[in-house]
Design a protein around this ligand. Structure first.
Ligand code: GLA
Length: 416
């Protein structure tokens, strides 16, 4: 950004003081299903009718979410991404869905999704076109598009940022927050703004984002590979001092979708992504074919204790507290009732690694007696004080995840 632009952005921040989205939504990280990572812009429904972006795909995913136990666990959003629109707006300038692939219209799809006890998310782009070339939302159409989405009964908007200048984004993202508020319909607001401005201050103003967006994409798109997961985890860890304090009830950092159930991750890596996203208080958006997902992957995604930790009411994002020369990393997330989630993560590629440590070495300061439950095996480890040495065996590119909670305080432990 040159100085003139910086000045303009600073001035803009001054002219819109104190506005906040305040839609009361997403007090815990949102959960659901989002089309992009798995289904991209597959629009050839003649050749691949079951795997293309059309209303049938979203109805099928809604059916699975409602019937296979997902909804009760909190996976309630069914979210459309790019490539749902017709190439032109209508005569009135209103966005319209592709008539062949969404013949019933978005209102009807929203009704269907709502009838299954779920919520519908939609996608737009602050700019002249979406990333795949469909009509964008310009400054002139922000209010109209918000109104259109509300009139369709949409519950969440992902506003992407392709084909825009940083000035348009600086004006457009807050304008959309206001426009969504003005509709009177609570619509969760996911902003891709930071990802288009480098993800870091001073270009990105996270205080403002936390006021106007429920979640925001900070960094690159996830791809179906372990490499991609690692690059995201690295970036979030390197910049955790900036990012971690910005997350909280109603406003979350978004490291992008879960890959679990697709092609790029091994079983260990799938468990690792779930654990790392949970310790980071990340939104949990699956992007996989729920009609064909394996029981093993369902177990990872439907792990009750995992979800309870992800949805902890305090909404504190965890941090990487340790990185050893043996390629072990440890992440800790504080939870309500003095509990914590601990993820022991191995970046090794040789064999299961026996990692010996203690809670004290992981910055636990309390004098309580703790118990830990392994989130995946459900084994309980009792009698831990912060000085007790223990060993966890972490598989290559895998995790061990513990839910650690105090049993009694020091005052009841006269021998400590
Ligand atoms: C961008 C976003 C992705 C997805 C695509 C759609 O790359 O970051 O999440 O929405 O656009 O074209």
């Amino acid at each position: 950004m040159d100085w003139a632009m910086k000045l303009l952005v600073a001035l803009l921040a001054l002219v819109a003081p104190g506005f906040s989205l305040e839609n009361g939504l997403m007090r815990t990280p949102p959960m659901g299903w989002l089309a992009w990572e798995r289904y991209r812009c597959s629009i050839n429904c003649h050749e691949d009718p079951d795997n293309c972006i059309n209303e049938r795909l979203f109805m099928a995913m809604a059916d699975r979410l409602a019937e296979d136990g997902w909804r009760e666990l909190g996976y309630v959003y069914v979210n459309i991404d790019d490539c749902w629109m017709a190439l032109q707006r209508d005569e009135g300038g209103v966005l319209v869905p592709d008539p062949e692939r969404f013949p019933s219209g978005i209102r009807a799809l929203a009704d269907y999704v709502h009838s299954r006890g779920l919520k519908l998310g939609i996608y737009g782009d602050m700019g002249s076109m979406t990333c795949m070339g469909y009509p964008g939302t310009t400054l002139a159409t922000v209010a109209l598009d918000a109104q259109t989405f509300a009139s369709w009964g949409v519950d969440m908007l992902k506003l992407d940022g392709c084909y825009s200048s940083s000035l348009e984004r600086a004006l457009g993202y807050p304008a959309m927050a206001k426009a969504l508020n003005n509709t009177g319909r609570p619509i969760g607001y996911s902003c891709s703004w930071p990802a288009y401005d480098g993800g870091l201050p001073p270009e990105v103003n996270y205080t403002l984002l936390a006021d106007i967006c429920n979640l925001w994409r900070n960094f690159d798109d996830i791809e179906d590979s372990w490499q991609s997961v690692l690059s995201i985890v690295d970036w979030f860890s390197e910049h955790q001092d900036v990012l971690q304090p910005m997350a909280g009830p109603g406003h979350w950092n978004d490291p992008d979708m879960l890959l679990i159930g697709n092609y790029g991750l091994s079983f260990e890596q799938a468990k690792a992504q779930m654990a790392l996203w949970t310790v980071l208080a990340a939104p949990l958006f699956m992007s996989t074919d729920l009609r064909a997902i394996s029981p093993q992957n369902v177990d990872i995604l439907q792990n009750k204790l995992m979800i309870r930790i992800n949805q902890d009411p305090l909404g504190i994002q965890g941090r990487r507290v340790l990185k050893t020369k043996h390629h072990i990393e440890v992440f800790v997330r504080p939870l309500s009732k003095d509990a914590s989630a601990v993820v022991f993560f191995s970046r090794r590629t040789d064999m299961p690694y026996r990692y010996r440590t203690s809670l004290g070495a992981l910055n636990f300061t309390g004098h309580a007696l703790y118990e830990a439950q392994d989130v995946y095996t459900e084994n309980v480890i009792s009698g831990l004080t912060r000085d007790t040495d223990f060993t966890v065996v972490i598989n290559p590119s895998g995790v061990v995840m513990w839910h650690v909670y105090p049993i009694v305080g020091k005052e009841s432990l006269p021998w400590l």
